[in-house]
Design a protein around this ligand. Sequence first.
Ligand code: PEP
Ligand code: MN
Length: 328
Amino acid sequence: MSSVVIKLRDDADIAVVQAHLKGCGVWAKELRGEVGATRTTVIALKPYSKHVNTAVLMDIPGVEDVLTASSSHPLVDAQRGRKHWIGETLLGEEGTPILMAGPCSIESEEQIHTAAAMVKRCGATVLRGGAFKPRSSPYSFCGNGAEALGWLKSAASEAELGIVTEVMSEKDVDAVGAIADLIQIGSRNMQNFSLLHAVGGLKKTVLLKRGMSATVDEWLLAGEHLLDGGAAGVIFCERGLRSFDSTSRNLLDLNAVALLKHVYGMRVVVDPSHAAGRRDLILPLAKAAIAVGVDGLLVEAHPQASEAMSDGPQALGEGELKRIGEIF
Ligand code: PEP
Ligand code: MN
C-alpha cells in the first residue's frame, strides 16, 4: 500500500494545511516522529482518498514537497537499527543479545524477590513477571493486580534488574507505566488498538508480542499504532503461532523473526517459553533464536517451577535457566 506524503516547511501551520486538504475532499493524517531521513512534519494522504494532483497540493501554503511513501508503516520503518534502553540494559547492540527472565505470574512478594535473585544469578538483566494475567479461564489465577507491581519494583531494584511487565487494560496503563522500563503488550491484545494508543501515550518503549494468528503485516501495523500513539520505540516479540499440531503449545515462527530482524531491521525478541509450552524444548528453541540473530530472549523461570500458579509446564528452574544464560 502506498500513500502520498506531503512534506511541510518548518514554519507551516498544520491547521491551515489540514483546512486546505479538507477543502479538496482529502482525508489526511499527520505523522508524528521521523519519516525516512527527515524530521520535518509530514501529512499522509490515504491512498483511498480522492485523487488530488501534485500541483494542487504544492499550492497549499506551507507545503514544501509532495512524495510517495511506499510503506504503510513509515514510523516502524524509521526505527531501523535503533537501540533501546531497558533500565540499565541496552538492547540492540549487535552480537550481544539480552536475557529477560522471571515467572509467568507474580505470586507473592517473597516469590518475586527470590525469582529476581535467581534470574540475576543466571545472567538476566531484565526481570519479567505478570501482575495482570490474561487467562483463558476466568477460574485460573489471574494475577495479584496492582499490588504486585510494587513487589515487582522492589524485587527488581534489589537485584538491579530492569522490568518488563504486561498491561492488559487502559485503566492500568499509568500504574504499569510508573514502574516498568519496558511495557509488554500480550499476544491477545496485539490488535487492541485503543490499548495500543493509550500505551503509546506513556512515551516508553514497548515489547509487542505477536498475536497468535497475526500476519507479519498486522504485527508491523500494530507497532505503527504504538508509535503513532507516541511510543518511544517498539521491540517485536515472537512467541509462537497457533498451529494444527498440539504436540507443543505454539509454532515458533523463526521465518518472521529473520524477516523482521534482517530485512526490516527491527529489534526482535523471541519467547521460547510460550512457543514450546514445555520446559524440555526451551533450551534448543532458545539456541535456534540466538542463531537467527535475535536481540534478546524472554524466558519464564520460577524458583519452585513445579509449583508455579500459571504456565507451570514451561517454567524453568535455576539449573535450566543457567543453561540458557550460558548460550549468550
Ligand atoms: C506472558 O508473557 O506472560 C504472556 C501471557 O504471553 P503471551 O501474551 O505471549 O501469551
Ligand atoms: Mn506465561
